[in-house]
Design a protein around this ligand. Structure first.
Ligand code: PLP
Length: 426
């Protein structure tokens, strides 16, 4: 038995499923997770001493790779000065200023501890601002694990939410409307019928949590137009997309100004953080300025803020990072596609900048339904072969692969070679 297996066995007795966040358990691919001892650059090392080229990167935050020197050194200095004060610091101001500079739609910013928390608060503000109760979301988008957002769509046409998760009261779930991503007809219909009751529409501007799904050209502009017409607040959940494709978010790429934006992942450089921001009159509702309550013992934590600040400063100084990340990732995707095509195996790669998903399906993937028709068993086999060869892809068909500036030409070659062997074996 490997050390990972032993630790997984012991953890499973104490921690539900042996993990502190469900996908880490590798349920979708089988075999039980690897326990990680350390990470450096593009690599992670498991407790049995094996090295892996990492394409999960802590599910998105590590755009600079593991243990980036400047970030680690910065945090060390901060540690000497204390871990938390529960009082404001200059660093929080500087981080908020950087965020606003990058995304001018975020006229006011509040720092929290996770993406989930940012989104939960954004919904509360939206409901308070509009005096409406309903929330519109898109099937396959993930917005954290708060009650309102674990509601799932009924089948077919947009229906009132039914609880997608035991423990979420029907009354709460019924306030969430879920419709397919990239589906303008249904969007128009639902806004026609329910528009006056909808406080906010929330969307991942590039979806990353059903695997990568790219918004079609008219989807986001129309969503902006339709929500604005009905007085519905538009929330961009840029927890993944924030600082992933450019200095700023997807809103900068498409030139759309959401009313509220939620961030997380990259802005914490690998430490727990989240942020929400938006128009001044909306954000002014937050306590203590306004009546909408939100708080956090560790919000704006100096160590997390420090890691995020250094990460964003590096991304701002070296904007060329994004071009090289996209080039690297583009090459990787093209090579992988060729390998599969050569073998006559049908796949669809959805790629944007430094993230992509290899869908094991023939059809174009443009929403949750088409993503869900992928051959997940085949993906699991592919995953296991890649792991055997020291490549660490996401342990589910429906997650994004991420690349970092630490990934090298040598990593690229090794990944392609491993993919060629894996494809021969599945
Ligand atoms: C990861 C993620 C979240 C949740 O963030 P946590 O920090 O895990 O709470 C929310 N939305 C999107 C799009 C995410 O990818």
């Amino acid at each position: 038995m490997s050390i990972s297996q032993e630790l997984y066995f012991k953890s499973s007795q104490l921690i539900p499923g042996g993990v502190n966040s469900p996908v880490r358990a590798w349920t979708a691919v089988g075999g039980g997770p690897l326990f990680i001892a350390r990470g450096q650059g593009s690599k992670i090392y498991d407790v049995d001493g094996k090295e892996y080229i990492d394409y999960v990167l802590s599910w998105g935050p590590l755009i600079l790779g593991h243990a980036y020197k400047q970030v680690v050194e910065g945090i060390k200095k901060q540690l000497e000065k204390g871990l938390s004060y529960g009082a404001p610091t200059e660093q929080e101001l500087i981080l908020a200023e950087l965020i606003r500079e990058a995304m001018p739609s975020m006229e006011m910013v509040r720092l929290v501890n996770s993406g989930t928390e940012a989104i939960m608060t954004a919904l509360r503000i939206a409901r308070a601002y509009t005096g409406r109760k309903k929330i519109l979301k898109f099937e396959g988008c993930y917005h954290g694990h708060s009650d309102s957002l674990l509601a799932r769509a009924g089948s077919g046409l947009a229906t009132l939410g039914i609880p997608g998760c035991p423990g979420v009261p029907e009354e709460v779930a019924s306030l969430t409307l879920t419709i397919p991503y990239n589906d303008l007809n249904t969007l128009k219909e639902i806004i026609n019928v329910h528009g006056d009751d909808i406080a906010a529409a929330i969307v991942e501007p590039v979806a990353g949590n059903m695997g990568v799904v790219i918004p079609e050209k008219e989807f986001l502009p129309e969503l902006r137009r339709l929500t604005q017409d009905k007085g519905i607040l538009l929330i961009f959940d840029e927890v993944i997309t924030g600082f992933r494709f450019t200095w700023g978010g997807w809103q900068n790429v498409v030139g759309i100004s959401p009313d509220l934006t939620c961030l997380g992942k990259i802005i914490g450089g690998g430490l727990p953080i989240g942020a929400l921001g938006g128009k001044r009159d909306i954000m002014s509702l937050l306590a203590p300025l306004g009546p909408v309550y939100q708080a956090g013992t560790l919000s704006g934590n100096p160590v997390a803020t420090c890691a995020g600040l250094i990460t964003l400063q590096i991304l701002r100084e070296r904007k060329d990072i994004y071009t090289s990340l996209a080039d690297f990732t583009g090459t990787l995707c093209r090579e992988i596609e060729q390998i599969f095509t050569h073998r006559g195996l049908a796949i669809r790669i959805n790629h944007m900048g430094s993230m992509f998903t290899i869908f094991f399906t023939e059809e174009k993937v443009r929403d949750f339904a088409s993503a869900a028709r992928s051959d997940v068993k085949r993906y699991a086999q592919f995953f296991q072969e890649m792991i055997r060869q020291g490549i660490y892809p996401p342990p589910s068909q429906f997650e994004a692969w991420f690349t970092s500036i630490a990934h090298t030409a040598d990593d690229l070659e090794k990944t392609i070679a491993a993919c060629r062997r894996a494809v021969d074996l599945i």
